[in-house]
Design a protein around this ligand. Sequence first.
Ligand SMILES: C[S@@+](CC[C@H](N)C(=O)[O-])C[C@H]1O[C@@H](n2cnc3c(N)ncnc32)[C@H](O)[C@@H]1O
Length: 310
Amino acid sequence: MWQSVLRAVESDPVSVAQIGEPEAPRQGGSLTLDNAISLPDYVDTMDVHLMPGNYQGGHSDGAEAGVIYDNGLDVFSFGMMGENLDDIGHSMANFTRLKWPDLDPSLIVDVGCTIGHNTLPWKQAFPDAEVHGLDAAAPCLQYGHARAEALGVEIHFRQALCDALPYEDNSVDVVFSSMFLHELPTALITAFFAEAYRVLKPGGVLINMELPPNDALDPYDAFYLDWDCFYNNEPFYKDFRDLSYQGLCTDAGFTDADFFQATMPRYTYVSEAEFSQASIAEASFDEDTGRLSDTITWYAFGASKRPSLP
Ligand SMILES: C[S@@+](CC[C@H](N)C(=O)[O-])C[C@H]1O[C@@H](n2cnc3c(N)ncnc32)[C@H](O)[C@@H]1O
């Protein structure tokens, strides 16, 4: 899969080189890189899911890693992840809108956003909010910024690490992540959740789109999703899926009562009425949960931060 896209990307170095300088019309988004950030070892030394050069590049300079990721995901997803590879973002943002109708967010942060596929839909669902996309990898952010401007969506991309979120205490309404946690060592997931709890306003929401936990699935379906751990350079994948997701939330400070998990159809493939059931229904698990197919259902979990007492 990666070889098939590398050839196309390498044959057009001029276009790739221009990505760092998006042209008008500008949408008001921004890109803030931080040279002082040193990448964690597991990002710097490993090609996760066998992607050449990983997210930070290494294959060559500039935004090329972002181009490779975008095109590789397009091949991988076979048209099942939305028109702009953004159905996860639409599903999670609209689930949040329906489940917490009083939220009215002013700041939404997507952590581990890569090139922002699933960041842009938050701005589309909550046009009055400021939406930030954070990631460790500069080349993906460069590409993500150019992509968002080209698609006409105002997003603020920022290079930052998940265990040092660049926000004041109690200042963020939504902390979102998508397909992110399973690429982290457990200690870093714990540190990220503590940071999410710290920066969230009382009443704010942490929502993570992820693979469902192993203990929710039949043994074969659970094994099927863990395949990548053993054969696709995803070393943390199984350890993550063996964790208690509720325990991750409560260890960070959220209460058991404020934990949630949900399964939902793809927002951009079904009617609003069908989708809205997900915001009130119990999560239900089967072979379609998190498994790429025409009938896939997304899984999400997280917690809201207990509102302050009057
Ligand atoms: C699988 S990708 C996330 C996909 C993306 N959220 C989406 O929905 O398309 C994982 C991302 O996490 C980033 N990352 C890994 N470790 C990180 C860390 N400690 N802090 C911030 N970002 C990190 C990587 O650079 C990569 O872009």
